[in-house]
Design a binder for this molecule. Structure first.
Ligand SMILES: *Cc1c(COP(=O)(O)O)cnc(C)c1O
Length: 348
């Protein structure tokens, strides 16, 4: 009501301050969405044509898209099969004299191996950018992700762990000059009405979305705890089933389970079985990034990215969200068990 009565609809510094404070990082700049947040970071780092940016081959399309949008050259590197995040060794092999940045994606709420990736970036003098679109309040070595790189992008797309009532996103960073530059780029190159020092774009957070996010932010710790509790129940109940790989739980991290992504060679049959039992599941993602039609021109083959090629056939996200009730969770668990006990065709 205050937004509507105030009559000011662009920008949300009240939310930016609260979000930055909650992550213990000095600067937050609201953006139109998470894709723009990534694009603006790369733009602010002065990516030049031909500059290469390494992106994990397994992940969400916008991460790759942002590199090209910012004028960079996209380079895919294979992921680690257990974490399903960037494999540091594989990333190292993709570094050339033109590499300017690595984007570490904390996929599904699982932190990437930031110790290894940060040290590679330091050694090669390239930027570490974090894609935290699926990782609000995810922790690595006792620190929130988003605070390790030169800057981090968050998405507040409605389905994310912190979701607006429409599109929204933000950049967080420790660096004041970078924050100011990103704010400028997101506002037609101007900080005030008409001081256009350069060309940028229009990607600001709507005040209405910031207001929704400021209210929802108060609930994020409880929602995150509920996700973790539900995931832990899945982990215990589904342990020990052969042909079923559960999410990797690294002892040094807090996985916030944006998605509870399992793997099984019986994925399609399991998905069908669950659907017939009234349980909706989603495949995140049906194709690895190198194999999406948009990148067909690059002619990547499955032998180039064998882990990614395998994941796209095996992953399945089980229902997990804070509102999922205990009895719904138990129903999913018993249905999954029933499938593996009684309905799996003879083991291959
Ligand atoms: C959702 C998402 C994005 C893009 O965020 P939008 O707000 O939808 O633009 C980028 N990266 C990852 C990993 C995502 O999950």
């Amino acid at each position: 009501m205050r937004v509507l009565e105030g009559g000011s609809f662009i920008g949300g510094s009240f939310f930016e301050e609260q979000f930055a404070q909650s992550l213990n990082i000095p600067y937050c700049v609201g953006t139109g969405n998470g894709t723009d947040a990534l694009f603006l970071i790369l733009k602010a780092l002065d990516l030049q044509p031909g500059d290469e940016v390494i992106v994990p081959a397994w992940g969400c399309f916008p991460t790759a898209e942002a590199v090209t949008l910012a004028g960079g050259k996209l380079v895919f590197a294979e992921v680690d099969a257990a974490r399903m995040t960037l494999d540091p060794q594989q990333a190292t092999q993709k570094i050339t004299s033109r590499t300017r940045a690595i984007i570490a994606v904390h996929l599904y709420g699982q932190p990437a191996d930031l110790t290894a990736i940060a040290s590679i970036c330091e050694q090669h003098k390239i930027y570490l950018v974090e894609d935290c679109a699926q990782a609000h309040y995810t922790q690595f070595h006792g620190r929130y992700v988003g605070t390790f790189g030169v800057a981090a992008a968050f998405s507040f797309y409605p389905t994310k762990n912190l979701g607006a009532y429409g599109d929204a996103g933000c950049v967080v960073t420790q660096h004041e000059a970078l924050a100011v530059k990103i704010r400028r780029l997101a506002n037609h190159g101007a900080l005030h009405r008409t001081d256009h020092l350069l060309e940028g774009t229009n990607s600001r957070i709507d005040t209405w979305q910031a207001a929704v996010l400021a209210v929802k932010l108060r609930h994020l710790p409880a929602w995150t705890a509920r996700r973790i509790a539900l995931a832990s129940r899945y982990q215990h109940a589904l342990r020990g089933i052969s042909d079923l790989i559960l999410p990797h739980a690294a002892a040094d991290s807090i996985h916030t389970f944006h998605l509870f992504c399992i793997r099984t060679p019986h994925r399609d049959a399991l998905k069908k079985f669950l659907r017939e039992a009234g349980i909706e599941t989603i495949i995140h993602y049906p194709q690895g990034l190198p194999f999406t039609p948009a990148y067909a021109y690059r002619r990547h083959t499955e032998t180039d990215y064998p882990v990614t090629a395998r994941l796209q056939q095996e992953v399945l996200s089980l229902p997990l969200y804070p509102e999922l009730t205990d009895s719904q969770l138990e129903y999913v668990i018993s249905t999954v068990k029933d499938f593996f006990d009684n309905h799996v065709a003879t083991r291959q």
